[in-house]
Design a binder for this molecule. Structure first.
Ligand code: AMP
Length: 400
């Protein structure tokens, strides 16, 4: 599905300073990193560079500071934890988004890893600014992209540096592409997609792009409410996007025209507020009360999804079916995830999932390792599935 890319294997790295774009947008709770997966994914590349005599200049965004310095979004406080986790000498290149960047001091010169503070402190980062690209490129001899999750962004530290430096993919990015390519080399039919999550407005293109490729599209989460309201159901105080009702109708017609069955819940689990409860009310979609909030699929809908999955050969999943963070509204997502995992284990289904919430959901269901492949990318995963050319991969392509 993509052109071959240049890889770090075989590149001479001795005495080279490698600008390495990773995804260190780490989840933090009470000042502590709560999940190290993102750093762990790029650690083999970091070690490879150091083992071959190079120095790593690590680049990553952290949150969304929108081109301005924000002490809350600095890597400064996390540096000791990152250093411990890497078990390498690691220094911070402190900046406030100013150019030119301060030259490296002696301590930074000798560290194994030099972590440049949040790249989104630079106002030109998200616009792929040339002046910024040149200034950052001056910090290194070559560029390594090792984050599939940001490869859909035309940002300075994703695509901009390749104009100035020899560029290649790290192991995490290359391995992820290999795995996605292998999984989807032959899409088995029927092909089912589950697209859930909070809002339709963020996933319109995803829905439009998946409809022609899939036999069944299951719409879940808060987004399903907008479709239900567009059909005319009472959805009480549920999350809804009233400005997307006509879009929802268009998408349903579009699905019809491609003979893609668009599936919505026929029964739901509700509560009067967005909070955990032991008093969730399950009802038919026709009986949702005025003050009820739809927070999950009901048991009949769940059974019907399992039926659909039973005959599927390929399944693509992004976004939860319900508000899975609050008990008991994780039930449908978790049950279906377990069912999908079992079908993968018996070799009857290839299932690929992606996106932060989806991965958290699979972890909650205890099936993270049982899907055929879990992508690190949310937006990148979906754009790749849509067949879009991801700019971060284009710069690494061996074919022009
Ligand atoms: P997204 O980031 O778009 O994939 O959305 C994920 C979020 O959607 C999760 O935080 C869920 O809690 C939320 N969500 C799923 N179903 C519902 C629902 N029925 N009502 C409100 N939020 C929901």
């Amino acid at each position: 599905m993509t052109s071959p890319i240049k890889r770090i294997d075989g590149v001479t790295l001795s005495d080279k300073r490698v600008l390495m774009r990773a995804d260190l947008n780490l989840p933090v709770q009470d000042g502590l990193v709560s999940d190290w997966t993102r750093l762990e994914r790029c650690t083999p590349t970091i070690r490879h560079i150091i083992d071959r005599g190079g120095q790593v200049v690590l680049l990553s965004h952290f949150g969304r500071p929108a081109g301005q310095y924000d002490p809350q979004l600095s890597f400064k406080e996390l540096l000791p934890q990152i250093r411990d986790k890497l078990a390498l000498s690691c220094e911070l290149l402190d900046h406030r988004g100013e150019l030119p960047l301060a030259s490296l001091n002696a301590q930074q010169e000798i560290a194994d890893v030099l972590l440049v503070d949040n790249t989104r402190f630079f106002s030109g980062e998200t616009t792929g600014d040339q002046t910024l690209s040149r200034a950052i490129a001056e910090l290194g001899d070559c560029f390594c992209l090792d984050a599939f999750s940001v490869s859909h962004r035309n940002h300075t530290t994703v695509t901009g540096l390749a104009s100035f430096l020899p560029s290649f993919a790290g192991f995490s990015l290359a391995d992820e592409l290999d795995a996605l390519n292998a999984t989807l080399a032959t899409i088995g039919r029927p092909c089912v997609a589950i697209v859930g999550g909070a809002k339709v407005s963020t996933k319109i293109d995803v829905l439009r792009n998946l409809i022609p490729k899939t036999d069944t599209l299951i719409v879940g989460g808060g987004m399903a409410n907008t479709f239900l309201k567009a059909i005319g159901y009472e959805i009480g105080s549920s999350l809804v996007e009233d400005d997307q009702l006509s879009t929802a109708r268009e998408i349903m017609q579009f699905a019809d025209s491609f003979d893609c069955a668009l599936v919505l819940p026929t029964d739901v689990a509700t509560h009067h507020t967005f909070a955990s409860t032991d008093k969730a009310l399950v009802c038919d979609i026709k009986d949702v009360g005025e003050s009820a909030m739809i927070l999950d699929f009901g048991p009949t809908s769940m059974a019907s999804i399992k039926g659909i999955v039973s005959s599927a050969k390929t399944l693509l999943w992004n976004g939860p079916l319900g508000a899975f963070e609050i008990i008991p509204f994780e039930i449908a997502s978790v049950e279906v995830a377990k069912f999908v995992a079992n079908r993968c284990a018996s070799g009857e289904l290839k299932a690929v999932a992606g996106g932060g919430d989806t991965l958290a959901l699979l972890a909650k269901a205890g099936v993270s390792d049982d899907f055929t492949f879990c992508s690190t990318g949310g937006g990148a995963f979906l754009e790749w599935l849509e067949g879009k050319k991801l700019p971060g991969l284009s710069i690494l392509s061996t074919v022009s």
